[in-house]
Design a protein around this ligand. Structure first.
Ligand code: NI
Length: 256
């Protein structure tokens, strides 16, 4: 079975067929899903999905682009939700300089606060970092991120930076981008990253792999990601599926 480590099934892109799609996942070999919060609303929706579907776990966190909505009161609410036994991580949190809003200083404040939250509730983190490689790494080092554990979601940086995150014992979320022809840098990084540190993810509904690039993504596309990883590493599809499933269970502390 495949472990989908990062999806947003609360997204409106799934409003028309969410139930049908989610109940069909097992038939296509998708065993477990972590639905990742990105805003206060999506955290609430994630809690609902966790309740409805036994195979769905959740991450509670506010995406850097959504951090302007945070305040002390709703941060207390966020902390309380982390006590839910199906909440397996704090995320997605981090820095995103591709989108200019909110300004970097606000993003940094709430990235730090959410890293502290993860430490307090003893959960690993799911890191979102886009066009912010240096600041993300500097902050993670300063905050002793290696003590928290976690995954760099949708890893898209270089092999050299992967070395830094491997030193922190982090995992790498690999998704549809690996199937794109122009992803040479990422392919080099995946060749370099040990299989024991790789998780499969889609970031659904975004980032569909080839040949579905540009269309709505779902966990049903994960086999092509697993195959791409297998081809790069010169191992079998089954080996990738099995190892990444175990890796996700280890990171999120879910019994296999
Ligand atoms: Ni995401």
């Amino acid at each position: 079975m495949i472990f989908e480590s990062h999806a947003h099934y609360d997204d409106e892109a799934f409003d028309e067929d969410r139930q049908q799609l989610l109940t069909s996942l097992k038939d296509y070999g998708i065993g477990r899903v972590v639905n990742v919060g990105a805003s206060l609303e999506s955290c609430e929706a994630t809690l609902q999905l966790m309740k409805e579907y036994p195979f769905i776990y959740g991450a509670m966190g506010i995406h850097p682009s959504e951090t302007a909505a945070l305040n002390e009161a709703n941060f207390v609410w966020l902390r309380e939700q982390c006590a839910n036994e199906k909440v397996v991580a704090v995320g997605e949190i981090g820095l995103d300089y591709y989108w200019k809003e909110p300004e970097a200083e606000i993003q940094k404040v709430w990235f730090e606060r959410q890293m502290e939250l993860a430490r307090e509730v003893k959960l690993p983190v799911i890191i979102h970092s886009r066009d912010a490689a240096k600041d993300t790494l500097d902050m993670m080092k300063a905050l002793h991120a290696e003590e928290l554990g976690g995954v760099i979601h949708c890893y898209s940086y270089t092999k050299e930076l992967a070395w830094e995150y491997l030193n922190m014992d982090y995992f790498f979320g690999i998704g549809g981008v690996i199937t794109f022809k122009n992803s040479k840098k990422l392919k080099e990084a995946v060749e370099y990253i040990p299989l024991e540190k790789i998780l499969l993810e889609t970031d659904s509904p975004y980032l569909s792999p080839e040949p579905n690039r540009g269309k709505r993504n779902s966990s049903l596309n994960l086999p092509s990601v697993a195959q791409a990883v297998a081809d790069l590493k010169g191992i079998t599809y089954e080996e990738v599926v099995e190892a990444t499933y175990e890796n996700a269970c280890r990171l999120f502390r879910i019994a296999e």
